[in-house]
Write a protein that binds this ligand. Structure first.
Ligand code: GH3
Ligand code: MG
Ligand code: MG
Length: 333
């Protein structure tokens, strides 16, 4: 730890995001991180010394800075002093618990207050644990470790619940979450949002011929081909179910989605999935696309079902092709 380098953080006056770490190893992605909040410089130094071997340690000297650092770095655990000038630990805790980005971060209150009422108040407000000063380094380490371990396990469960087991791509639940975000974003910013469904052609026959295990390999290969064709960081694919995938392209107009869909169709058509069988045709997919600039009255369900009807048209027209949704002309009664 280089104190001079981090003095601005220690004083809390000119804290910048880029220098928000008390250690110089915060680039190590695998390390869990802890935010230490205390108005006493000496306490921050002691806690950093105890924790920095195992964790990336961020520090904040005031409640206001603590909330900012927590939002920016999303530490795995926060050690929060209660007695601080301006904003006390309880106020900071309440702010952290009220924000979408930070409410899940476990907070361990650290304080010299010994009244049981204070402890009860903190726990009722959502603190995960409570440590009294003077603290022993071993207790600090163990309590932090317990919270980190629970958080890591929770993250694994969360990740599993959002991932399709066969292909490793996001699952339908993940897609539902994502499309809600992208839909609101597109509506707010009046940006086009595109979607398409990718469905493997005659897959029942494929399974019948090659068996379900090879069928699974084909599904995995299609997932990979889709992933490799998506170039922008916000492009998103999920397994919709069975042999069908859905792709969401934010800020992408119709010409863009048609281009990406065609690349995917072609890549899959050109990939020899069936293996060594000389008579086997390649696996092909049909794709139905739709694009919208959502307005207040637009329905997300119609946006998706219209892409699905475009997929139906691609199947009807002979498969191994891309069709875009076009509204039916009005029928005169
Ligand atoms: P179409 O060209 O009209 O899409 O015909 P299709 O045979 O692909 O469509 P259909 O919906 O009739 O059949 C889908 C098949 O996909 C049936 C099912 O056995 C197979 N399938 C669904 N999920 C899986 C899976 O996880 N693994 C394997 N191997 N097959 C699956
Ligand atoms: Mg199919
Ligand atoms: Mg299907």
């Amino acid at each position: 730890m280089h104190l001079s380098e981090n003095d601005s953080i220690m004083t809390g006056k000119n804290m910048t995001y880029s220098s928000g770490s008390l250690t110089n190893d915060y680039t190590t992605a695998e390390k869990n991180s802890v935010l230490v909040v205390d108005d006493e410089k000496s306490n921050i130094m002691i806690l950093t010394a105890i924790l920095s071997e195992e964790y990336t340690v961020y520090a904040a000297k005031s409640g206001k800075d603590a909330v900012e650092v927590a939002k920016k770095y999303l530490p795995d655990v926060i050690l929060l002093d209660i007695l601080m000038p301006d904003m006390d630990g309880h106020q900071v805790l309440s702010l952290l618990k009220s924000r979408e980005e930070t409410y899940q971060i476990p907070v361990i209150l650290v304080t010299g207050l010994s009244e049981p009422d204070e402890e009860e108040k903190g726990l009722r407000m959502g603190a995960a644990d409570y440590i009294r000063k003077p603290f022993s380094p071993a207790i600090i380490k163990l309590r932090v470790f317990n919270q980190i371990q629970m958080r890591n396990q929770l993250n694994i469960i969360r990740k599993l619940s959002m991932t399709d087991q066969l292909t490793g791509v996001p699952n339908r639940r993940n897609f539902d979450y994502r499309i809600n975000l992208e839909w609101s974003h597109a509506r707010r910013n009046k940006m086009p949002l595109s979607v398409f469904f990718v469905d493997i052609d005659h897959f029942k026959k494929y399974n019948d011929r090659f068996g379900h295990i090879q069928g699974d390999v084909a599904i995995q290969t299609v997932a990979k081909a889709i992933i490799l064709s998506l170039k922008r960081p916000n492009d998103f694919t999920a397994r919709w179910g069975g042999e069908e995938f859905v792709v969401l392209l934010p800020a992408t107009p119709e010409a863009g989605v048609l281009e990406v869909a065609e690349i995917i169709r072609k890549n899959i058509n050109d990939t020899s999935i069936a293996g060594t069988d000389p008579d086997a045709k390649n696996v092909t997919v049909s794709i139905g696309t739709n694009t919208i600039i959502p307005e207040r009255e637009s329905l997300m369900e119609s946006f998706l079902s219209n892409a699905d009807s475009a997929l139906y048209n691609a199947k009807k027209a002979g498969r191994n092709r891309v069709c875009k949704y076009t509204p039916n002309p009005a029928v005169e009664v």
